[in-house]
Design a protein around this ligand. Structure first.
Ligand code: SAM
Length: 255
């Protein structure tokens, strides 16, 4: 996709806003992974850790986490929010040398930025045999369909869609979604599972605009156009809005 690299590395320009406005992940997601692992996990490598919203869940459970991200501004922000024991390494998945193997490799809202060519062999090489891979993603929507429609209409002139289309084109009605589909096809992983944890968060209208200000589809717009889009959207918002996130974890075990 043209401009993909530029878009993938744009979050650092808003690292503090990202940390402030993006809701954190429910602890249940980490628990699902550890239940699936079935045995204590000593160490983990995180791909595209950003400001560490998922890092803190695993590090808080006594796992020695190495958090990686290609964007130094995101890693600088991460350092402010994770325990000192968390190791950070700057690098995209494509840059990581498999000089060590981990019991867990995971990625939250970041796997779709990685290069599909060689994605699964690269990840498998970072995992000990029998080690667990987990990817977290999934759609976020406005709970109120009337507000959702009003926002869709207000943003239509500026961005086509703020969401990320399925990287392998899996239709939304399919039971198994990406990256579960790719994990199965890769032949490198066994016992692929998909688990959904729903989270509802209430935000003020201004905080929802703050959250939109960290979404890559808006970040790619020239500042003046972005401001215009946010003004247009802000006008249609009630004082508070409820967001529903269907956090979807894909779990698999390295063969
Ligand atoms: C939407 S943010 C998610 C950050 C964090 N994991 C979270 O859930 O809040 C996507 C992250 O992926 C990183 N990223 C972009 N391209 C990447 C690549 N090729 N390999 C690994 N991470 C990448 C970005 O720098 C950014 O921090």
């Amino acid at each position: 996709m043209p401009g993909m690299t530029e878009r993938a590395l744009i979050f650092g320009s808003v690292a503090q806003a990202y940390e402030r406005f993006r809701p954190g992940y429910p602890a249940e997601l980490a628990e699902k992974v550890l239940d699936y692992a079935g045995a204590p996990v000593a160490d983990a490598l995180e791909i595209g850790a950003g400001t560490g919203k998922m890092t803190r869940l695993f590090a808080g459970r006594g796992i020695a986490v190495t958090a990686t991200d290609p964007d130094p501004a995101m890693l600088a922000e991460l350092r402010e929010h994770v325990p000192a024991e968390v190791v950070t390494r700057q690098g995209a998945l494509e840059d990581l040398r498999p000089d060590r193997q981990y019991g867990l490799v995971y990625s939250a809202s970041a796997l779709h930025w990685t290069d599909p060519a060689g994605r699964w062999p690269r990840i498998a090489a970072l995992l000990a045999p029998g080690g667990v891979f987990a990817s977290f993603g999934g759609p976020v929507r406005l709970a109120d369909p009337v507000v959702r429609k009003a926002i869709d209409e207000a943003r239509a002139e500026f961005v086509e869609s703020a969401g990320v289309p399925s990287p392998d084109g899996t239709p939304p009605e399919n039971e198994l979604q990406w990256p579960g589909t790719e994990l199965e096809r890769s032949g490198l992983f066994a016992d692929v599972r998909q688990v959904v944890v729903q989270q509802r968060v209430t935000l003020s209208a201004d905080d929802l605009i703050g959250l939109f200000s960290t979404v890559s589809a808006y970040l790619m717009l020239p500042i003046s156009v972005r401001e215009q889009a946010f003004q247009r959207i802000r006008k249609v918002l009630p004082d508070t809005v409820e967001l529903v996130s269907d956090h979807t974890a894909h779990l698999a075990r390295r063969r």
